[in-house]
Ligand binder design. Sequence first.
Ligand SMILES: Nc1ncnc2c1ncn2[C@@H]1O[C@H](COP(=O)(O)OP(=O)(O)OP(=O)(O)O)[C@@H](O)[C@H]1O
Ligand SMILES: [Mg+2]
Length: 256
Amino acid sequence: MTAKIIMFGNQKGGVGKTTTALNMATIIAASQFKTLLIDFDPQGNSTSGINGDKKRAGTYQWIINDFEKPIQKTYIPNLDLISSNMELAAADVELFSFNNREFVLKKKLQQIIHHYDFILLDCPPSLGLLTVNAMTASTHIVIPMQCEYYALEGISHISQIIQRIQGGLNPGLKLLGILLTMYDKRSSLNQQIANDIRYHFQQIVFSTVIPRNVKIAEAPSHGKPIILYDVKSSGSISYMDATKELLQRINISEAT
Ligand SMILES: Nc1ncnc2c1ncn2[C@@H]1O[C@H](COP(=O)(O)OP(=O)(O)OP(=O)(O)O)[C@@H](O)[C@H]1O
Ligand SMILES: [Mg+2]
């Protein structure tokens, strides 16, 4: 097998990258696929969100110091993790002096790509070298976004970067879609912006929308993905739907 490598990126903070990466990773693993979640953000939120060990050597040691055993098992069957912590904050600067600095992650992934069906990357809220490494190494990108006033400006920026990467460092990178998160159907601003985004981006936007749901916000403090914290919540159901749509979109992207 050769893993599909899916990154969750948006330079804007707090839009649901981590929540989406870790919940989709869990749901994919629960569908019997061998799955690896890589915490590629110094904040280490996806590590804590599934009760990973933040203290052991993880992403930083792996990509910067050639540490050979960064993978930890999680308590979730079929789901492995490469953890992260604040150490990784130095990597953006340190990578700068590397040869082929945009390809460091891609090279590392070559060693493990045949052990997994899916590798998911939770990226930091920046377009620095960590995110560029993720874009260079990934087969697919998902952009989670919140329906806020400045969302459209942010999305046009990341779209330009993606196009530039597709034009050079990674011609194979496919934009799987924009996923609307934390949606409040009672907010007319949310509705209006969601309409604008769909008008601009058409079928690029996932038809599944993730609602604002307090259970999703509570789950990480218990070290649990939403399907284990409250499987019947609207958050859990929407992430199951969104993951189904993700897998369909991957199949379609393979066929074209
Ligand atoms: N659908 C939702 N409903 C309610 N709360 C949510 C939802 N999605 C995410 N949250 C909460 O919103 C906050 C931001 O989400 P998350 O950490 O996933 O964003 P992020 O894009 O990874 O942030 P960062 O850019 O800092 O890495 C978190 O506290 C999370 O628990
Ligand atoms: Mg995050």
